[in-house]
Design a protein. Structure first.
Length: 117
């Protein structure tokens, strides 16, 4: 037969919060709201510029310019919204390595795209 649980108030011993190792982060970087609003406004303006560029007839340079603007937008998002601006140098070096690899692939893509037109 089913036994109804008792709802006695049992005291639970307090648990200490776990020790967290934040590595390189000795302090949290809390940015003022106006910085986020400014970055948001810049991102919106760059999006409008990207759409405007898509209507221009610049042949093969349209795609390159749109990718350049997208790279600026990604950099802003990474630096401010992901707080990579305050990271340690090792992480910055890895990110720069990824961006160089990204640039190589985009360059090869643009070279292939240029010969198709």
């Amino acid at each position: 037969m089913y036994k109804v649980p008792s709802f006695k108030h049992e005291t639970v011993p307090p648990v200490d919060p776990p020790e967290t190792d934040h590595g390189d982060h000795d302090e949290h970087h809390i940015m003022p709201t106006y910085v986020y609003v400014i970055i948001l406004a810049i991102l919106m303006c760059l999006t409008i510029v990207t759409v405007a560029v898509s209507y221009l007839d610049m042949q093969k340079y349209t795609v390159m310019l749109a990718l350049f603007i997208a790279t600026i937008k990604v950099t802003l998002v990474m630096m401010y919204f992901m707080h990579l601006k305050y990271e340690k140098k090792n992480l910055i070096i890895m990110i720069v390595g990824v961006l160089i690899t990204y640039g190589i692939f985009i360059g090869l893509t643009m070279a292939d795209f240029a010969f198709r037109i």
